[in-house]
Design a protein around this ligand. Sequence first.
Ligand code: B12
Length: 149
Amino acid sequence: MTKTVILGVIGSDAHVVGITILEQAFEAAGFDVINLGVQSSQEEFVDAATAHDAEAVLVSSLYGHAKQDCEGFHQKVADAGLEDVTTYIGGNLAVGQDDFEETRKFFRQMGFDRVFDSETDPEDAIEALRADLDMRSSESEQESHTVSA
Ligand code: B12
């Protein structure tokens, strides 16, 4: 069965190239992608996940304000009864991004299931989501490698 993912760039961020690539990669991998585009609010992510009965929400942020833009996001997810929805975030998540492990820890504590940096190959995110959604076929399992995110 096709799995639906909600994708968008959060806050006032207008960087569109990354999510366009992610949209194409996830669609090619067989996911049904609802692309909210840039400058999407927390409410738009939550409403779309509810409306489309999504399995996952993929949040992108490039301009360095992800911490502020994601504050309270997982409370809204919980309030909407979407605790089972897998949430990922990726991009340039902090200004400077000197120590990505610290950044990853911060966003994991915020509630994101996985946190990806701007060097992420979309295929790694797809592999991680397949694993998280238990979609991995036995064939791809043989070829898989561990994704740390
Ligand atoms: C093009 C660009 C712009 C264009 C955007 C045009 C457009 N409509 O897209 C313009 C000129 C408008 C722009 C504006 C700004 N930008 Co700019 N921009 C860039 C630039 C040069 C390239 C971005 C890009 O398209 N990359 C190519 C795509 C393919 O890569 P990507 O976006 O990183 O996405 C990939 C990964 O990050 C990852 N990914 C992204 N999201 C997610 C989510 C998930 C779930 C997963 C798994 C993976 C993932 O997968 C993507 C695909 O491979 C980068 C520098 C750089 N080299 O990255 C700066 C950069 C992102 N911009 C930056 C900044 C600061 C700004 C401005 C704030 C500048 C200003 N003072 O006005 C504004 C913000 C405007 C706004 N409201 O958003 C900074 C951010 C700094 C930070 N975070 O620490 C950067 C890093 C430049 C820098 N080195 O300082 N920018």
